[in-house]
Each structure stands twice: as structure tokens, then as C-alpha cells.
Design a protein around this ligand. Structure first.
Ligand code: ATP
Length: 285
């Protein structure tokens, strides 16, 4: 099976070799059961992240139209305490955004220590849609891979756990989802002729995604290619990956929380001792 965790720069990525389906033997019931367990662990991990304020988390969600970015956010954020979570969607840049460098609007939304930030689309659009539709000269967007690598390294140095997900759906699945949207009154509001127009650029997007993933993968900012034809499996893969990445830091956070607890108790003991001394002094007079 082709590798779905890409954490080494310049790895070969062939999306067409990676199945968008769940593995054999995986069922919706199994996935949902496991997701519920992970959800509880994620909630606890977020509490420790928030208290310790050593790290922050940045989850970048990328994918073609209807790949399930919104659905993933709904499910993953549903496991978190809304305190300390931000979700930012990046659409076509506004005039103000366009008049700044491409990372300006992104950096402003990076998480503070203790926080969890989720990006629905991101700085990667500047090497995806911009490349596919020639919205900037090639010399310009080509330099952006390096800027992105430096930017993510900077975030990681500051303690941000950067996790990037490509929600991988097949072309047939996308067609089915878009047609489904049209049929259902509850989802028809999502209809956008642009989604159909973009399908004509499927292969160009594939090439752009492969390059983006390959050129910006790093141990401190790995990409996960998420088989996303089944929503329940997609949610499970993302949750498993986030929990796995955070779990590695748990000991460190618990140690910090313990130190904070000790310092808090010591502070309280000093305060009480001072009160005691003052009381005794008052009695003597
Ligand atoms: P989505 O398709 O993400 O669910 P949406 O259809 O509601 O969202 P918006 O969120 O308003 O649309 O904008 C998404 C669109 O913005 C996408 O077509 C995306 O390619 C485009 N976009 C995002 N970033 C850029 C960028 N830097 N330059 C040009 N277009 C961009």
C-alpha cells in the first residue's frame, strides 16, 4: 500500500496510487466506536495543552471541493472544548489581503500557546488554485514552497504542532456528492457551479497537490493523505492522527502542570503563613 504519512521533504507522492476507500475489514461501526474513544482522549489532551501552554496545534485541511473539509471540522471540533479553538476559512483573498504578502492573512490566525487552530483551506491555496489558474507568474508561486517551509519551521520552533491533511476523494465520489447536493433540499445551499468547473482541472490539481505535499513535508509539519470516500473513515483517520501527535507531548505537559500545581500550592502556603503572622502580630498589640 502506498504511504499516506508524508513527513520527509521531497518524498514521491502519487495520489492516483493511493486508495480513497477505507481498508478492507474496516466498518462504519468499528470506526465510529474507535472515534468515540479517541474523542474523549482528544478532549483530555486539549485540556492539558491549554493548561501547560507549552505548545499550540495547527490543523491544516486541504482537499478538492466536496472532499469533506467542513464535515471533518464539525466532527473533530465536536470533540473539543470550544474555549481555545479557532476555525478559519480562507476564501478568495480580499483586496486588503491581496495587497499584502500571501502569508499575512495566515500568520494572523496562527494559534497562541495552548490553543488549537483549524484552517479550512490555507496558505496552500497559493500554490494550488493560483498555480492551476495562472493567478500569479510561475516564478512567484514557485518561490512560495520555500516560504511555506520556512513559515512552518518558524511556527514549529515556537511550539506549534503543525498537522496537514489532504482529504483524498476519487473523481467518481466527487461527482456523486455534487449530484447528491443538488437533489437534497438541506444541502442544495452548498451548490456552486464553480465546483463543476474545477472538475475540469482535476489532473492539474492532482499535480499541484503532489508537488505541494512533496515539497513541504517535514517531520515537524507532516502531511497525511486521508482516504476520504467514506466520511466515517475520514473522521477516524484525522482524529487518530491528531491524538497520536498530541499524545507524544502528554508527559511533557503533565510535568509542566505538576510544576504549576506545586508552585500554586507553595504560593498559597506563603500567603496563608503571612496571614497567620499578621494575625499573631495583631493579637500581640
Ligand atoms: P469551500 O469550497 O472551501 O467549502 P466555499 O465554496 O464556500 O468554500 P469560499 O470559502 O468562499 O467558498 O472560498 C473558497 C474558494 O476560495 C476556493 O475556490 C478557493 O480555491 C479560493 N481561494 C482560496 N484561497 C485563494 C487564493 N489564495 N487565491 C485565489 N483563490 C483562493
Amino acid at each position: 500500500m502506498a504511504k499516506t504519512l508524508i513527513d520527509t521533504p521531497n518524498s514521491k507522492v502519487h495520489l492516483n496510487d493511493i486508495s480513497a476507500e477505507p481498508p478492507k475489514g474496516m466498518t462504519k461501526a468499528k470506526a465510529e466506536k474507535r472515534f468515540a474513544i479517541l474523542g474523549k482522549e482528544l478532549f483530555d489532551l486539549q485540556d492539558a495543552l491549554w493548561g501547560a501552554k507549552v505548545h499550540s496545534v495547527l490543523v491544516v485541511l486541504q482537499g478538492r471541493d466536496s472532499a469533506g473539509k467542513d464535515g471533518t471540522i464539525k466532527h473533530v471540533v465536536g470533540c473539543l472544548n470550544p474555549r481555545g479553538v479557532s476555525v478559519t476559512s480562507f476564501g478568495v483573498p480580499t483586496t486588503e489581503e491581496r495587497e499584502h504578502d500571501f502569508l499575512w492573512r495566515i500568520h494572523k490566525n496562527a494559534p497562541r500557546r495552548g490553543e488549537f487552530a483549524i484552517f479550512n483551506r490555507s496558505h496552500y491555496e497559493d500554490v494550488l488554485v493560483v498555480r492551476v489558474h495562472n493567478l500569479a507568474p510561475k516564478e512567484l508561486w514557485q518561490q512560495r514552497y520555500g516560504h511555506i517551509r520556512d513559515f512552518e519551521e518558524l511556527l514549529a520552533e515556537h511550539g506549534t504542532i503543525v498537522l496537514k491533511y489532504f482529504l483524498h476523494i476519487s473523481k467518481d465520489e466527487q461527482e456523486e456528492r455534487l449530484l447528491e447536493r443538488e437533489k437534497e433540499a438541506e444541502t442544495a445551499w452548498k451548490l456552486n457551479p464553480n465546483d463543476w468547473r474545477e472538475r475540469d482541472y482535476w489532473d492539474q490539481y492532482t499535480a499541484a497537490y503532489e508537488d505541494a505535499i512533496s515539497k513541504t513535508a517535514a517531520a515537524h509539519a507532516p502531511w497525511t493523505i486521508v482516504p476520504a470516500n467514506s466520511k466515517w473513515y475520514r473522521n477516524l483517520v484525522v482524529a487518530e492522527s491528531i491524538v497520536g501527535a498530541l499524545r507524544d507531548h502528554r508527559k511533557n505537559w503533565d510535568k509542566k502542570l505538576e510544576e504549576m500545581g506545586k508552585a500554586g500550592r507553595a504560593g498559597l502556603a506563603t500567603y496563608r503563613a503571612q496571614l497567620d503572622t499578621q494575625k499573631k502580630a495583631r493579637k500581640r498589640h
